[in-house]
Design a binder for this molecule. Structure first.
Ligand code: ZN
Length: 163
């Protein structure tokens, strides 16, 4: 089973980064948390091999507070499009905590955004917690439907399976 894509991550769609920054600001002072998913660059019209981060999957059941966002491990997506994670630091510190480093093993790109959630208030890290380059790419996302492809039906199904 291959949980995460091995293809090189080229960057993040500008629209996706904007979404993450806005969602983090709305969640403040609590911590925002989600998983990053990507699409093949060629499917987005880029003449490059690799993956572009195009959407964020927020896991139902995430417990969020100002210090940490904890995801129920059973809810982590088993998904060929998964490339990493994103979460916010309401204290504005753009460095992974020790707890963060423990969760970075899966996926090649982990984004931390911090207050005040401006266009430069984020950093990307690799699975070892080292800074990594992540270009912001101006690509057209396929359509708005696909952007939020974790539907209410999916959430209802997960909830009914839990009970
Ligand atoms: Zn953190």
């Amino acid at each position: 089973m291959r949980l995460f894509r091995s293809s090189e991550i080229l960057g993040i769609a500008a629209e996706t980064l904007e979404f993450v920054l806005e969602a983090s600001e709305e969640t403040h002072p609590n911590e925002y948390m989600g998983f990053l998913r990507g699409e093949d660059a060629r499917d987005l019209g880029l003449d490059r091999d690799g993956t572009v981060i195009t959407d964020v999957l927020v896991i139902p059941g995430t417990e969020s507070n100002p210090v940490s966002a904890t995801v129920k491990t059973s809810m982590v997506p088993n998904d060929r499009h998964a490339v990493g994670s994103v979460h916010s630091h309401p204290n504005g510190v753009l460095r992974p905590s020790d707890a963060d480093l423990g969760t970075f093993g899966n996926g090649d790109a982990h984004i931390i955004v911090g207050a005040p959630y401006g266009w430069n208030d984020w950093r990307a890290f690799d699975r070892d917690g080292k800074r990594r380059k992540l270009d912001v790419l101006d690509v057209d996302l396929p359509d708005d439907e696909a952007f939020f492809d974790f539907t209410q039906e999916d959430i209802d199904r997960e909830l009914s399976e839990d009970s």
